[in-house]
Design a protein around this ligand. Sequence first.
Ligand code: DON
Length: 330
Amino acid sequence: MMSSQSVPSASPHEFDRLLESIHSAHRDNRAGALADYIPELAKASPDDFGLAIATVGGRLHIAGDAEVPFTIQSISKAFTFCLALELTGRDTVLTRVGVEPSGDAFNAIIFDAVGKKPFNPMVNAGAITIAGLLCETLGASAFDFVLDRFSQAAGRPLTLDETVYRSEAETGHRNRAIAHLLLANDVLKVSPDEALDLYFRQCSIRVTASDLARMGATLANMGENPVTGRAAFELRAVRNTLAVMFTCGMYDYAGNWAYDIGVPAKSGVGGGILGVVNRQLGIATYSPRLDARGNSVRGIASFEMLGEELGLHAFDCTNMGSSFVSTLIR
Ligand code: DON
């Protein structure tokens, strides 16, 4: 842990040094395996490893393969939830999707029989419901709307990876089973095909670790992109999104993550992890080798080290790290 004495002399280069040291510490870790249930994802370069920190002051710090593109996958779920809250309001969203951690795998074919809705928007059942709600509200323009807002958050135009999209659509039979379960329980009001098409597309948006860090900094900055100054998300929706990322963002690892790392986060099977330090930082890692729960192995290790070094945990009692960080963000 950096000492409080280092605060007066802290410079933004501390972030660069720290990212480089984390990169070297974990570069040789080859544990985990590429996701292969979507054939295109198995074609990623397994050794790619990128780290990025974006500050609410508009600065970007990177190490390694932070500009290598990959698909956003489940990290998209946090942002589409945020958009659904803005478009349809908290109460409507809550009638369709809960905010309780499920403790189950991301692709579990499961439904909260008591609440009569999916457990939360971060697992597939909840995210497909949210996609359905966006289709209900926006019709055929739903994907363009999503892509535009994701791009506003990243501060540059993002694009769809057509090949991954097709691969997802061809092989997404589990997600089809989930969508039909949702239809049978009346939480999905559009056809499963329509909701799934948006879901497969949102997962196939191409980003880099730098983009993701910028998108995280936009959440940390109350929904406004710190570089462009343009609003990508509504303030109240951001608060609700960060809360659900904190409790549910890492699937059946969410409890461990909150305990050890303590920042709202979301992972994706493309190899990305996004963390948000509210009012301070967006942090992203990219390394496509995953653990059994579908979370990036080197990503988790990097967040552990970064969180420890910078004192990022929300309940860090000394809060020493946060004051250190606050000297670096502008
Ligand atoms: O539903 C799927 O299979 C993917 N398109 C998204 C899954 C994902 O990223 C889960 N994350 N760990």
